[in-house]
Design a protein around this ligand. Sequence first.
Ligand code: F3S
Length: 421
Amino acid sequence: MKLTDEEKKMLEGGYGEVVAKAMDYLRQFGEAFDAERFVDVVYAHYPAEMSIYRGMVEDVVEYADTGARVKIPTTTSTLACDLDQWEKCGCPREIYELQARAVPAHRKMGILDTYTCTPQLVGFVPPKGSLIISVESSAIIYYNSVLGARTNRGGVFTRYSAVTGKYPLMGYLLDENRKGTHLFEIDLTADDLKTDSDYSALGFHVGAIVGSEVPVLDNIGAPNQTKMLALGAALATSGSVTLFHAPPHTAEADTVDRAFQGGKPKEICQVGKKEMRDVYDKLTNIGDSDAIDFVTLGCPHYDLEKLRYVSDWFERNDAKVHPDVRLWICTNRMTRRAAEWEGIIRSIEAAGGMVIADTCPVESHMRISTCKEFGLETPQIKAMVTDSCKMARYVGDLIGCKTALTDRDNCLKCAVAGKLV
Ligand code: F3S
């Protein structure tokens, strides 16, 4: 790789050993992928070290002790527990105490303890064309597609980019890797594509076909921000999609032709009612007469407006969560605090729900592997209803529960009824 004088100085220890080592890792990584040079990145979304993974917290504590400091604004992704409500969530003390040790380490490094999968909803909105580095597939795909910032799946290298402000020029940072590969002609009415769960189902269907390529979705109705979030999160779940185009709702191409950069799609697929129905059916294996014990909303993490919707729903319907059901509405700690201020938390809790910050069921102690390690009953959840394909897919695989996919209002009705309605 060609290095600037400044980069050579960083690599040779002119800014200390931590920076030199980080540059060395990044250089090796870049050379393995034939990157010609480094670029400056302006923002990092960092993988909060989760205490359900062996050694991760210890590792960040040790790294922070080396004097490492981030060079660019850096936010953190989710933790393995809600640090304020871990006990109420049934999280073992050991997981909480270990997890809590990560916070001072992050702060020492200058990392912001946002602990969320939706940093873009709390103000981290890099401009179109900016180069960034991010973990969390639902954030990555949103940054790339909806905002038009450029990032690869950051993984472990996010740490090294955060402390150097550098990343090898490769992958989705390059124009040629951002052109569409498959065209999806969507033949759905406004009624078929109405809720977040519908957009999630659409993404889940498309992601399973394209894998890691770049789909172009034509005619996706009139999505708002959270529908685009739901669509992206699902694309990155059934496939490993990192970038999609949905002209004119995504940032880079205002027409389908431009999304293919003058080329032709390698495949054209139609999506209609049947494909959507198939996704709902595939992710629903709870029977009509089965009891449910868990409902999750807020995957990806909810914003304030969504929390208000839930509290209003309970008030409007004068409803309470069924005593055998846990209702988790997941968000980040900043939004939870704002919702406290507005009285939203009080109202949701009075109805029997919980607003969870920092984590979600998938990232928590409820995973089968963690339960086994801590001698907890498995599965922790028998049957979960959710409006997110990502949540349904991962809790099915990682927690081992039955699932049902339905829209948000119906999720709330199920929480009240204690069964699928
Ligand atoms: Fe976020 Fe958990 Fe969903 S990390 S995207 S709420 S699986």
